[in-house]
Structures are given as structure tokens and as C-alpha cells.
Design a protein around this ligand. Structure first.
Ligand SMILES: O=C1O[C@H]([C@@H](O)CO)C(O)=C1O
Length: 544
């Protein structure tokens, strides 16, 4: 194991990622940011300097559990005081497991301005993967808005509520193509090389491992390569019992590795496409070129890009979720029974006229003093000490009717989990405030991986549905979809001392309160670096 040091300067830059010029957040000039490549067991040290002039920064290392370093989780309001303009902060953590992970901003809506990238962790020398391939390639999927994050945040927090809406473009490795017609070339120029379709160049007969990460703000996606099947082998850093797909559904915050062999007619190029699913799309599909060497990588394929699956084919999405199992020989079996069951009813509602998202009628508001420091230092008055409910009469809630939730509250209350206990989470979906609409939500847990015990349709029934749990070969993940009008059941061990977010990875939904906070074993947390302090009530701990 070795130290890998990075020096990052965060700044706004004019970018034309989809041909339309806007300000994007860049790392050392790059949007998306550089990939962090490391070997299992390495220590990653990232020196981050915030040169944004007017905006704080915090960077979350998504999928890295931060065992022993909960203060490096990079979450504003939870693990640290965000890095102020002009300041430098050092993240230090160990990547203890091989796989494909990601990093992204966890400050306000900043992720959607482009602050994200990949982390790839290889196995130690001498250990091999349970599958083989010739080359390793990276694919970052994202969606792109032309509004600034300032406009979006203000809109979401206004009466009347102004929804951010569907993105203008979908990006593959940071490239999209917005239609510039009617716009001045200084604003939108479709011949700008910055927005040429990205290409994946392959050699006929070779097999490629594609490490795919979704960093969308909103969109659930389907990814496919025209005429090429893909074998799914990894999900969120865990080996998957291999299965073959024509299209891969991928939700924000998820990573997958797929194997694809360049086994088609090598005298032409093919399309790589992404399209929006789970929400009625209003965004053109994203395209890239699957390029057979030595054909010109910009030569367009002779066909029309495949349209991808229908956006509302929920059944095929649920089926693919269910197909993801732990690989034989790599199964970690979960504890047989939970110590505690928390049912989280997901609803959209209004509080004092503001549109919010709630769990069990509680819409979370993060305090300005980071919770990890507040609990570690025994501060009072930072968060509501009354625990939120483990269930809020979900058995009697009609998930098919338009949500009214007249009793919803905004609160900073947190779940305190007994250290080392086994916790089940049942995510229960419901109708939004719009008739006949239930949206999908990708749920992400910080600090842990969980077992995915099952997905179901309709209302979860504790005595009936727990019998259907997959305790034999459940996949472990850190992000999982909750499908429309359905439920998703998870189990995890609260074995990582710290304070950890569990939230919808749709950035606007997180902003509107769709999160819960788990605390466990904070008394075991070592000394938190003083550089995490400085905001809210932590100010008084900085001695002159
Ligand atoms: O939070 C959301 O608000 C809109 C819609 O429900 C109201 O405009 C939407 O699609 C969301 O996901």
C-alpha cells in the first residue's frame, strides 16, 4: 500500500460541454474531474483548494466507507465545515476495497455544476478478478442544465415552487449535443470541439471492461451499445453473478462494470446511447461513438441511434434490479434477522406552502454545525434530540392517492443506531402531489454497503414480504433504486462509527429534505481534525 497525493484547484470555467456555453465547476480545469486510480489499501490524500470566489466546497468520496476517518466523508452539514473560498483542506482516507467508485460535491446543488469524477481501485498485485478482459475503460454519465445552481436553488425554495425540470442534455464522458439553432455562435456553437461526441475506440475481437458511473442530478438512464451485448460483472464495488443485457439501467449514484466484446462487423462504427427512463423524458438521448479501430473515430455510424427502452417500462427496470445478485464464491451472507426495522415512507408534500420531500412525514433540514462534530463534542441545540419515527403508520397509508400530508414537519432529528446492530430499511414509495405519478428514487447510504434483500410492487407487508427476502445471495451495494409505487428492502450492520447520510441521490430531492441521518458509535470516533471546524457552533473550539 502506498500514499497517492493529489493537488486539486476548484474553479469556475467557461465550458461548452453540450455546445452551449455556461459556467462549470472544474478540477484543475477539467469537467468532469480527473479519475483517481489506486490500488486496494492505498491512502488517498487530496489537497483541495477552493478558488470559486463566492461558494464553499465539500467533496464526498461516494462508495468509500471511510472506516476510521468519518470526518473525511465530505458532506457539508454532517462531517465537516465546507471549504471556504481561498481555503485549502486535505482529505485523507484509505481505499480498502477494489472496485469502481466516484466522487462528487456534497455542497448545495454544486454537483450539478460538474464537480464529479471516478475513483477506480484495483486489486493488489497477484490477486485477479473472477473474469477476464483485455482493456479497462471509464464512462461517466451525467445530465446537464443551462440554469445556474443559484437559479435552481432559488426556484426550488420559492413560493410558488419552480421545478428545475428535465435537463437540457445528457452527457457521456462530459460531452453532449444541444441543438444550437437560433442561438448566437458565441453562446452555442455546434462545431465547438468541446462538444464532439466522445468515442470509445476498440480493437476487433478484444473484450473491454467498461466502468460506468451515473452522476446525474435527476435522470435515471438506460445505457446501450448498438448491436453489442453487455455482461454485468460489478455493481458498486461488488462482484455480480454475471448476466447479459442489451441495455443497462443505471440510477444516479450507481456504478457498474460490464464486459463487452468487439465482435461485430468491424468495418463500421456503432452508437453508444443513453436515454432517460422513469420520468417522462424531455431531453434528447445522449450519444457517443463505439469506434472500431482503425476507422475514423468521428465517423458517424450508418444507422440511426437505437431509441432505447420506453421510459415507463417499469417492469423491465424492476426485473433488471432483481437480476443483480452476488457472484458465487464471493457471497457475504447477511445476518439472519434484524435488530431493528425502519420503514421510510417517501412522500412529496408541502410545509408552510413550500414543496418538500419527507420520510415518515419528516423533511430533514441539516444544521449549520456539522452533526459529527456536534455529537462528538456533546453540543446542545444543534439538532432536535427527539428521534424521528421508525414507522409512521405506513400500513394504513394509501400510496396510490395524491399526497396531502398536512402534518409534515421540517426537522433536524436523527436516527441513533446501536453500534454493531443489524438494521433493516424498508423504502416505501407512494404517489406524489400529482395524480397518478410516483417517481423513482435512487437511495444512497454513506459509510456502509447494505444487502439488497428485495424489491416489491405496491404496499410492503411486514409479515408477508419479509418471507420473500433474498438471504441466500443478495448483492451488496451503496445505492439502490426505489421504483414507482414499489418498495425496496435493505439490511446493513451499523458497524462504522460516525454520522452518516442516507438520502435520495436526486440532487433537488436531497435539497428539498429527502434524507435521513444515522448516528452510530460516535464515542469511538478519534480526534476530528481541527480543519473540519470553523462554522456554526464549532467556531468556539478554535483556540487563538
Ligand atoms: O420534486 C419534484 O417536483 C416535480 C413535480 O412533482 C412538481 O412540479 C417533480 O417532478 C419532482 O421530482
Amino acid at each position: 500500500a502506498r500514499d497517492r497525493k493529489f493537488t486539486w484547484e476548484i474553479s469556475y470555467q467557461h465550458k461548452s460541454l453540450d455546445c452551449y456555453k455556461k459556467l462549470a465547476v472544474a478540477i484543475n480545469g477539467l469537467t468532469p474531474g480527473p479519475t483517481i486510480s489506486a490500488e486496494q489499501g492505498d491512502r488517498i490524500i487530496v489537497n483541495v483548494t477552493n478558488n470559486l470566489f463566492m461558494e464553499n466546497v465539500a467533496i464526498h468520496w461516494h462508495g468509500i466507507r471511510q472506516r476510521g476517518t468519518p470526518w473525511s466523508d465530505g458532506t457539508d452539514g454532517v462531517s465537516q465545515c465546507a471549504i471556504m473560498p481561498g481555503e485549502t483542506y486535505t482529505y485523507e482516507f484509505v481505499v480498502d476495497r477494489a472496485g469502481t467508485f466516484m466522487y462528487h460535491s456534497h455542497y448545495g446543488l454544486q454537483r450539478e455544476a460538474g464537480l464529479y469524477g471516478l475513483i477506480t481501485v484495483s486489486l493488489p498485485v497477484g490477486v485477479s478478478e473472477p473474469f477476464s478482459y483485455d482493456f479497462d475503460r471509464e464512462i461517466i454519465l451525467s445530465d446537464w442544465y443551462h440554469n445556474t445552481t443559484y437559479e435552481t436553488a432559488t426556484d426550488l425554495a420559492s413560493i410558488p415552487f419552480l421545478w428545475v425540470g428535465e435537463p437540457q442534455s445528457l452527457l457521456i464522458n462530459g460531452r453532449g449535443n444541444y441543438s444550437c439553432s437560433g442561438l448566437a455562435a458565441s453562446v452555442c456553437n455546434s462545431t465547438n470541439p468541446e462538444c464532439l461526441p466522445s468515442n470509445l475506440t476498440v480493437i476487433s475481437g478484444k473484450t473491454y471492461r467498461l466502468r460506468i458511473a451515473s452522476l446525474t442530478s435527476l435522470s435515471a438512464l438506460s445505457f446501450q451499445i448498438e448491436d453489442h451485448e453487455m455482461t454485468v460483472v460489478e455493481a458498486d464495488g461488488h462482484y455480480v453473478e454475471p448476466f447479459v443485457v442489451n441495455n443497462l439501467y443505471i440510477y444516479s449514484g450507481e456504478t457498474y462494470s460490464v464486459l463487452v466484446t468487439a465482435n461485430q462487423n468491424s468495418s463500421r462504427n456503432y452508437w453508444t446511447t443513453i436515454n432517460v427512463v422513469s420520468r417522462q423524458p424531455n431531453t434528447p438521448n445522449g450519444i457517443a461513438i463505439f469506434n472500431y479501430d482503425p476507422i475514423d473515430y468521428q465517423k458517424l455510424p450508418p444507422t440511426n441511434p437505437p431509441p432505447g427502452p420506453l421510459w415507463n417500462d417499469t417492469k423491465s427496470q424492476v426485473n433488471q434490479s432483481r437480476a443483480i445478485k452476488a457472484r458465487q464464491g464471493f457471497i457475504v451472507t447477511p445476518p439472519k434477522k434484524p435488530d431493528r426495522v425502519i420503514v421510510l415512507l417517501n412522500t412529496q408534500n408541502t410545509i408552510d406552502g413550500y414543496v418538500r420531500w419527507s420520510l415518515n412525514n419528516v423533511s430533514h433540514t441539516l444544521p449549520s454545525t456539522p452533526l459529527l462534530i456536534a455529537i462528538k463534542e456533546n453540543m446542545t441545540g444543534v439538532f432536535d434530540p427527539n428521534p424521528p419515527p421508525d414507522d409512521n403508520d405506513s400500513a394504513n397509508y394509501d400510496i396510490y392517492s395524491v399526497a396531502n400530508n398536512t402534518n409534515s414537519v421540517s426537522s433536524s432529528s436523527i436516527y441513533r443506531l446501536q453500534f454493531n446492530s443489524t438494521v433493516d430499511i424498508i423504502l416505501q414509495n407512494a404517489n406524489t402531489m400529482t395524480a397518478n405519478v410516483s417517481e423513482s428514487h435512487p437511495w444512497h447510504l454513506h459509510g456502509h454497503d447494505f444487502w439488497v434483500l428485495g424489491y416489491g410492487e405496491g404496499k410492503f407487508n411486514l409479515s408477508r414480504d419479509t418471507e420473500t427476502y433474498n438471504l441466500a445471495d443478495p448483492i451488496m451495494k451503496n445505492t439502490v433504486p426505489l421504483h414507482p409505487y414499489g418498495w425496496t428492502a435493505l439490511r446493513f450492520k451499523a458497524d462504522n462509527p460516525g454520522v452518516w447520510l442516507f438520502h435520495c441521490h436526486i440532487e433537488a430531492h436531497f435539497f428539498l429534505g429527502m434524507l435521513v441521518v444515522f448516528e452510530s458509535g460516535v464515542e469511538q470516533v478519534g480526534d476530528i481534525p481541527l480543519s473540519n471546524y470553523g462554522c456554526g457552533q464549532t467556531k468556539s473550539f478554535i483556540k487563538p
